[in-house]
Design a protein around this ligand. Structure first.
Ligand code: DGL
Length: 264
């Protein structure tokens, strides 16, 4: 039965692990194969061409691993390559992303002024703003990109340095009621950002909203795994030997199977 197959998840690095963790919370019977393209991160300062080509290769890799669905757990890849990947894999496999479930969430009916923080390549694509405007035209949206923040998070830079970058970026986002952390790496900094705003700006619960929507669709398509996997072999692939990636995986999921995959 197809519902017993794994879910493929990928990101440029550790960001998507938080989406994988939420999958474990909301769908404990599922298992997955994760790919973090750490060797090529940050995607946030790469060209659209580069992002599209790599995303196609990784999607193909996960497709060949017989995944029942693939989640692009990266805003940068979603905004630059989702449409192309969806067309290419149309009818072959279910592909999810981390932007569509957010932009249609009803929570935005209660706000007028919102902020979005992204990587430079996401901001350049204009994908996020145009999508959210399709659903909520009443919103005033300020979008800023924070160059290299994802890189510093991926490489475990000193938290003081990271906090400095966050504070010096967020001061441009005043008078907002809500903020979308539109880079999965930034989700690791939720507490820092919440402290900056002293809890007065609502931070959208990206992981919860995204995974809830994915679960809904898997149920509808009868693809949700019904039985607890007795010995789920979760595999984590990275394209370099990033020790912090491995540490994060062990911290979030316990002892794990790592495979370094340089060609994909
Ligand atoms: N995690 C990715 C995102 O959600 C971006 C990180 C990067 O720049 O590679 O946009």
């Amino acid at each position: 039965m197809k519902n017993k197959y794994p879910i493929g998840i990928f990101d440029s690095g550790i960001g998507g692990l938080l989406i994988a963790k939420e999958i474990q919370n909301q769908m404990p019977n599922e298992y997955f194969i994760y790919f973090g393209d750490s060797a090529n991160m940050p995607y946030g300062n790469k060209s659209k061409n580069f992002i599209v080509n790599n995303a196609i290769k990784i999607t193909t890799f996960l497709y060949e691993k017989k995944c029942k669905a693939i989640i692009i757990a990266c805003n940068t890849i979603t905004s630059n390559a989702f449409d192309i990947i969806s067309n290419k894999f149309n009818n072959k496999i279910l592909i999810f992303n981390v932007i569509d479930p957010i932009v249609k969430d009803k929570i935005f009916l209660s706000y007028k002024n919102i902020g979005i923080i992204t990587t430079p390549s996401t901001a350049k694509s204009n994908f996020y703003i145009s999508k959210i405007k399709e659903y909520y035209n009443h919103l005033n949206i300020i979008q800023i990109s924070i160059p290299l923040l994802a890189y510093f998070i991926e490489n475990n830079f000193n938290i003081k340095k990271i906090r400095y970058i966050i504070n010096h970026s967020l001061f441009k986002l005043k008078s907002i009621e809500s903020l979308i952390l539109a880079c999965t790496h930034y989700l690791y900094m939720k507490n820092e950002i919440n402290n900056y705003y002293r809890g007065k700006v609502h931070l959208i619960d990206v992981q919860k909203i995204v995974v809830k929507e994915i679960k809904k669709i898997l149920v509808k398509k009868e693809l949700l795994s019904s039985k607890q996997c007795i010995n789920p072999s979760i595999f984590y692939y990275t394209s370099n030997n990033n020790l912090f990636f491995k540490k994060k995986v062990v911290y979030l999921f316990g002892k794990s199977n790592f495979i370094e995959k340089y060609n994909y």
